[in-house]
Write a protein that binds this ligand. Structure first.
Ligand code: SF4
Ligand code: SF4
Length: 177
């Protein structure tokens, strides 16, 4: 199979620097509001700060892919004397919790790296240099067109949320300001 070069975009998180100001949640939810910047609702943010004040834990996590089922292998992590709950580092919208779900429709939210912007806005808005944008080039096998995967994904979302909610979400996502 042919190999192609692909740019992977990611955000490196230095959790020890985070003070829980939630500026990242505010700008992310404002950027993704309809119309843009018309409202602020951290529940719509694609980055959430997992916090345990008594344990001095402030952990920004940005949303990854949708997981249709709960996973089996959950762990508790001890890092630098701090105990992080199971699921703490997980970036998935999954059935076991409310994180990264659009509050009205329940549809999963995913970080899009602030598509159209030069730099992810949470990165530029974080005054404590917690978030660093990184790009790296990797060689991957050229993906074949697999329409059946799209069908399966759409089918499971339609089963879960209903066709109308799915259509509403697609309309919101494709709407140009
Ligand atoms: S803006 Fe930076 S310091 Fe504030 S909560 Fe987000 S990651 Fe933490
Ligand atoms: S990169 Fe953009 S979409 Fe992703 S979490 Fe940050 S502000 Fe939200």
């Amino acid at each position: 199979m042919a190999m192609v070069k692909k740019i992977i975009k990611t955000i490196k998180v230095d959790a020890d620097r985070c003070n829980g100001c939630r500026g990242c949640e505010i700008i992310c939810s404002a950027f993704h509001a309809e119309p843009k910047y018309s409202s602020i609702n951290p529940a719509r943010s694609r980055i959430r700060v997992i916090s345990h004040r008594l344990k001095d834990i402030w952990l920004p996590v940005f949303a990854g892919g949708y997981a249709a089922a709960e996973c089996a292998g959950r762990d508790i992590y001890m890092i630098d004397g701090k105990e992080y709950d199971e699921c703490g580092f997980c970036r998935a919208a999954c059935p076991s919790r409310d994180l990264f779900k659009e509050p009205d429709s329940g549809l999963p939210l995913k970080c899009d790296m602030c598509e159209g912007e030069e730099m992810p806005l949470c990165v530029t808005w974080c005054l404590n240099d917690v978030l660093t944008y990184e790009e790296r080039e990797v060689e991957v096998e050229e993906e074949e067109e697999k329409p059946e995967q799209l069908d399966i994904g759409l089918g499971s979302l339609a089963d879960k949320y209903g066709v109308q909610k799915l259509l509403d979400a697609v309309a919101r996502m494709t709407k140009k300001d």
